[in-house]
Ligand binder design. Structure first.
Ligand code: GLA
Length: 394
């Protein structure tokens, strides 16, 4: 939907005129490499997509938040003074969790009506939820500051942190910072090389000369993904606890080198925990090597690292599954493919591949056909453009 149509829809729902409406948008992300490393103080390498959560908004004079979406019938009205009440909402809990965390952090937010229009496919591992969190935070802080006559710019890293906190405390998923950071801080045609220990980052130009990033969606409905995600996190904490006995200065798995892990791995008796730790520490190393490869324009070295990452997520971290493995296997059979791997939390969701521009059509046709044959339903494909992070659309 165009902005014009969205504004019209807003007025149909909330009344008034279009004159005082504001528009904000924040994107989903694709992670190129560095999976399940963020909450371990490691490196990640995501990029913002051009699929976004767009919000049409207007401040209110009272302390009510109105929520509506273009693709849902449900309408929500919530009071800023009773935000704890809405945690079990199926839709609207991300937005209200963000409002709650903003208030707890002391931001002067005001009531407001919002209409959401989401083009990031929901629950697909492309961070539709982070997009909603970041755009909600940006909208509420911008309008709240203005109502109080404050003129400072909104700090987008803080908005990412608020979004993560809402997801951790309000929604109950113990996610790391990668998704919200990418949604808030992305830049057109760049990937973000982020150190999750301290949030230092570099924007790395993605010069893909002649190659395309193709996202392949398993369309598998994810079930139990949140509880399995939290379980992986606990296993990493167990592993860290054991290694800290011999490496007392370390606070994160992301600070342990692969050589140090190999030296002390015998201390981890639980084979499952050992595998989880090995994935995290080796994946961290692959991110560093990937950034180097891309800086040197060595796309093939990057592709090999993507494939190694997928194998590690499949065999050591065990968050892939037959749908994601099928997409990756089938993609790797295509002439002109450079690399492919699952992206995001896993357990369904999407895989990302890099392929020669002239092979994109063949990839979509052949992988699509073979996936349908092997899995029994269709996959979807997006040739992705890399876009900007969250901002007001003027
Ligand atoms: C989800 C989480 C992120 C990150 C990835 C796995 O997308 O929200 O914080 O942990 O999974 O890399």
């Amino acid at each position: 939907m165009e902005i014009k149509a969205l504004k019209k829809k807003f007025v149909e729902i909330y009344g008034g005129t279009e004159a005082d409406l504001r528009v904000f948008a924040s994107p989903g992300r694709v992670n190129l490499i560095g999976e399940h490393t963020d909450y371990n103080g490691g490196f990640v390498f995501p990029a913002a997509l051009t699929m976004t959560s767009t919000v049409i908004a207007r401040p209110r004079k009272d302390r009510q938040i109105g929520l509506a979406a273009t693709d849902l019938d449900c309408r929500i009205k919530a009071s800023l003074d009773e935000l704890e009440k809405y945690k079990s909402l199926k839709w609207g809990n991300y937005q209200l969790g963000v409002a709650d965390e903003l208030q707890k952090a002391g931001y002067p937010i005001v009531g407001c009506d919002m209409l959401f229009h989401d083009t990031v496919p929901l629950g697909s591992g492309l961070s539709s939820s982070a997009a909603i969190e970041v755009v909600t935070a940006l909208t509420l802080v911008t309008l709240g500051n203005e109502a109080k006559g404050l003129t400072q710019e909104v700090n987008m890293i803080d908005m990412a942190l608020i979004g993560q906190r809402a997801e951790n405390r309000y929604v109950g998923v113990n996610c790391g910072i990668m998704d919200q950071f990418a949604s808030a801080m992305g830049k057109k045609n760049h990937a973000i090389f982020l150190d999750c220990k301290d949030l230092s980052y570099q924007l790395i130009p993605l010069n893909l000369n002649g190659y395309k990033i193709v996202i392949m969606n398993t369309n598998k409905k994810r079930s139990l993904a949140d509880s399995k995600y939290n379980e992986r996190r606990e296993e990493c904490e167990k592993g860290l606890g054991i290694l800290k006995k011999v490496l007392p200065d370390v606070s994160w798995l992301g600070e342990i080198s692969y050589a140090a892990f190999k030296q002390h791995e015998h201390l981890i008796e639980d084979e499952v925990v050992k595998k989880r730790v090995e994935h995290v520490i080796s994946e961290d190393d692959r991110v560093l090597r990937s950034v180097e490869a891309l800086k040197n324009d060595d796309i093939h070295a990057f592709g090999r690292l993507m494939i190694a990452s997928h194998h590690s997520l499949r065999d050591l971290y065990e968050v892939s599954g037959k749908e994601l493995d099928t997409l990756v296997e089938e993609a790797l059979k295509i002439d002109g493919i450079v690399g492919a791997r699952m992206t995001g939390a896993g357990f369904g969701g999407c895989a990302v591949s890099i392929v020669k521009a002239e092979a994109v059509e063949a990839l979509i046709a052949q992988v699509g056909q073979n996936y349908l044959k092997r899995i029994g339903y269709e996959a979807s494909f997006y040739v992705s453009e890399i876009g900007d992070g969250g901002k007001e659309i003027k």
